[in-house]
Ligand binder design. Structure first.
Ligand code: 6A9
Length: 799
């Protein structure tokens, strides 16, 4: 079939065809869907999968496509996922009595990012009950390029393999085949089966043109097309006495292809166990994939994943944890797989408002915001982003400070992949040095966000965690270039050593970027934007120091989150954590602590790449910040670090709220082990009336008047990433270095780690956004595939 896109394509490919050989081109990069494979190319081939039960007519209104807590699936979890090889996901849907397995296998070859295969299998959860499922796999082409389906437009559906060919500037020519497994059966009996006999047991399909940028709404287009036909088919059966046909005979795609189609769907309906495969073959690879490619490939992937996992993230065996070693291994593998399998690729514009400002922020010299004269919200240029996501159902998009934590974990698993993600985040740093806290790129991402949260404001920050991922990377580079005997084997407080053997570290897949030369080149590349980012923080989040001038050793280092409202400081990341009243003279303890860490990490980066003058000045700033944390934020009567504020008489005072906030100088390892304040902090940490619970540290002291009140988001519940920071500070510094509290720190480390790991993870099959400090039960968004997965690093003691 000759079509206009061929001509366009020809022009485009002459203009910018270059072979891509990118190991990370393909992935489950649509993590908002239960299963969606796409390349990390802005506008290209999107694939997706959906299913509904045909046990009744109602189930189609609950077609499963985008992850949704309302679907009430028992679980969906990647049990294995490797960004180079693919993975295995298990989905349990009790309403439709089906357990689905989605397997994804990457097969290298050719010059355009390789091939892949997917297998979708189903079996009844309860074998004694019927399991009637209809599945739809779709492919859509966005941007330049096209897809044709190989069919004579059979009115009654297709038997055998279903074939597509397509092409795009980046992917070049490719083929897609959908192939049935060996023993699928369809519903054959039922009222009026005679009438429908020619269509039973076949694949049904549709193809239609969809406007640019709309493929993400495939579910709506496809179900409309299906329902249109279903209404026509059902019309003659108005008399209930005559019996209504079985839903699986009626709820079928129309077997029509419109000209100019760029969205195609293939539907298969089953009675009981089933299986089918999808093969994507890049023409340049000249390979033909088959079901045995998947049989063998997935088996090999499972074995190599487990072997490598045990090497990279070993579970210590001689530690008295509640779970058995096997159970902990499986759990740890699943949470890591969900983090990595939850990485998405996003592309599109976003909404910013340069002029928005709260009254207490109004005095700011708005140099960063005066660049544009435009008032009110506006759309930015489109941007691309490869990023992990905190939650596939509730917030499947990039969040700035979450990402630093994600990258600690991803980078330890696959350093190269971690750097690809980091690079995309660095690319978001704008000319002023700003990065939006929440990355809501494109219509699909926006469709998940209530209007009042869409707009990002260019003087709002979020905790600077990215450089922590960068220094973790530098530490891996340093460790990898030492021999195993020279390397620091880390602390071991009697739970057995869990250090990775260092031999072969560099040559492992995933670690090529640990080569010191490669690493240095990468760091030199990102240094300039990072520095711009750092300068942006220091310039725009600076606090007023005049009311504190008598106390402060440094006249410059004081900080305040912009963009807080009366009750929330979303920019701090700890949304409803108690704070003082909003005031232009307010100073935030967490932000100044983050700035100390930011300065420290910038110094380490500068030292590594030989920017020695910069390294010295970062060091000086860090020192000034540490002085001011003592001068401005330590409250001697209350024996704790506090926010500071200014009253109506222009006098400064402390705002003290015991909880995660008061731990910051300790939690970010800013205090020296002989700090006179360490003892008081450890007392609060270990006190069951304050932060200590059997399941981890509470966000707010149990003795605080606001504990557990209001939204109760950051007023008590346990957050794993914060516990990870505390454990890291203990493990790497206070339990390791000499000081009066060393033994105490070791003891607390051991107990806290055990409490976190022993919590209820296996009970629900999910990890959760946060945990109830009274029961340990997971709460809020689930599955939470972001920073809660740090339990893996806690288990294997990588901080
Ligand atoms: C609003 C909901 C259909 C809140 O993990 C991401 C962030 C953290 O960075 C932050 O520290 N979460 C934490 O306090 C989740 C934020 C989700 C906002 C989504 C829209 C739509 O519901």
């Amino acid at each position: 079939m000759q079509s206009p896109w061929l001509l366009l394509l020809f022009i485009a490919s002459v203009a910018f065809s270059s072979p891509v050989n990118d190991t990370f081109l393909w992935g489950s990069y649509r993590p908002n869907l239960y299963f969606g494979i796409r390349p990390r190319i802005p506008q290209s081939l999107l694939t997706g999968f959906m299913w509904f039960g045909t046990q009744d007519y109602a189930s189609i209104s609950q077609t499963r496509h985008a992850c949704d807590q309302g679907d009430q699936l028992q679980s969906y979890t990647w049990t294995k996922y490797d960004p180079r090889q693919g993975g295995v996901q298990v989905i349990k849907d009790a309403r439709n009595n089906v357990q689905l397995t989605t397997e994804f296998l990457k097969v290298p070859g050719g010059d355009h990012g390789g091939n892949w295969a997917a297998r979708i299998k189903g079996e009844p959860l309860d074998p004694l009950q019927p399991s009637r499922i209809s599945t739809i796999f779709y492919l859509g082409m966005e941007g330049l390029g096209g897809i044709d389906m190989d069919t004579d437009e059979e009115d009654n559906g297709l038997e055998g393999d279903i074939k597509f060919t397509g092409s795009s500037p980046e992917l070049d020519d490719f083929g897609i085949r959908i192939v049935d497994g060996p023993s699928n059966t369809a519903v054959t009996n039922g009222p009026h089966s005679e009438v429908f006999k020619d269509r039973i047991g076949k694949s049904h399909f549709m193809g239609q043109p969809v406007p640019a940028g709309n493929i993400w709404q495939a579910k709506e287009f496809i179900l409309q097309s299906l329902m249109k036909r279903a209404q026509e088919v059902i019309a003659p059966y108005q008399d209930p006495a005559a019996g209504i046909p079985d839903p699986s005979f009626v709820l079928q795609l129309p077997d029509e292809i419109y000209s100019g189609s760029n969205l195609y769907a293939v539907q298969k309906s089953f009675d009981g166990e089933f299986q089918f495969d999808v093969f994507y073959e890049s023409a340049s690879s000249k390979q033909t994939l088959s079901s045995s490619t998947l049989d063998e490939g997935i088996a090999a992937l499972s074995t190599s994943f487990e072997q490598r996992f045990k090497k990279v993230f070993p579970t210590p065996s001689d530690y008295s944890l509640k779970g058995s070693k096997d159970a902990l291994d499986a759990f740890s593998q699943a949470i890591t797989s969900n983090l990595v399998g939850g990485v998405g690729y996003f592309y599109g514009n976003s909404i910013i408002n340069e002029k928005f400002s709260y009254e207490w922020d109004e005095d700011d010299e708005a140099e960063d915001r005066s660049a544009s004269d435009e008032k009110g919200p506006r759309l930015t240029e489109p941007k691309k982003l490869l990023t992990a996501t905190p939650s596939r159902s509730f917030f499947p998009r990039g969040f700035y400070w979450d990402e630093g934590f994600h990258l600690l974990h991803i980078g330890a698993w696959d350093n190269d992949f971690g750097l690809e993600i980091l690079k995309d985040w660095i690319d978001l740093i704008d000319d002023n040095g700003w990065v939006a806290r929440e990355q809501i790129l494109g219509e699909e991402a926006r469709s998940k966000v209530p209007a009042e949260f869409l707009t990002q404001v260019p003087n709002y920050a979020n905790p600077p965690t990215l450089t922590v991922a960068v220094t973790a990377f530098i530490n891996r580079v340093k460790t990898a270039s030492l021999g195993p005997s020279d390397a620091d084997l880390g602390m071991d407080f009697g739970m057995g050593s869990s250090q990775t053997p260092l031999t072969e570290v560099k040559t492992e897949p995933g670690n090529r970027s640990l080569d010191p030369e490669v690493a240095t080149a990468f760091l030199k590349d990102i240094y300039k934007p990072l520095k711009r980012h750092y300068d942006w923080f220091r310039r725009t989040q600076r606090g007023q120091i005049k009311q504190y001038a008598r106390k402060a050793r440094s006249r410059t280092e004081a900080y305040r989150w912009r963009g807080r409202s009366d009750k929330h400081v979303l920019t701090s990341g700890m949304d409803d954590y108690p704070r003082g009243p909003p005031h232009a003279g307010e100073l935030h303890l967490d932000l100044i602590s983050w700035m100390a860490l930011f300065s420290r990490t910038m110094r380490e980066i500068a030292e590594f790449i030989g920017e020695n003058d910069d390294a010295i000045s970062y060091g000086e700033i860090e020192k000034a910040i540490l002085d001011n944390i003592e001068d401005l934020h330590w409250n001697e009567e209350q024996q704790m670090y506090c926010d500071a504020n200014v009253d109506d008489d222009d006098e400064s005072y402390h705002v003290c709220n015991k909880g995660y906030l008061s731990l910051f100088p300790f939690m970010l390892s800013l205090l020296s082990p002989d700090s006179p304040h360490l003892g008081a902090i450890l007392d609060v940490v270990r006190d069951p009336e304050q932060l200590w619970s059997d399941y981890g540290l509470r966000s707010l002291s149990a003795s605080h008047p606001e504990y557990g009140t209001g939204e109760n988001y950051w007023k008590g519940p346990i957050w794993v990433q914060m516990n990870y920071l505390v454990l890291g500070a203990l493990h790497n510094r206070y339990a390791a270095e000499e000081g009066p509290y060393k033994l105490r720190a070791q003891e607390i480390y051991r107990e806290l780690r055990k409490n976190i790991i022993d919590n209820e993870y296996e009970r629900t099959g999910y990890v959760w956004e946060q945990y109830d400090p009274n029961t340990g039960h997971g709460q809020r968004s689930h599955p939470f595939t972001g920073w809660t997965s740090l339990v893996t690093l806690i288990l294997t003691e990588k901080y």
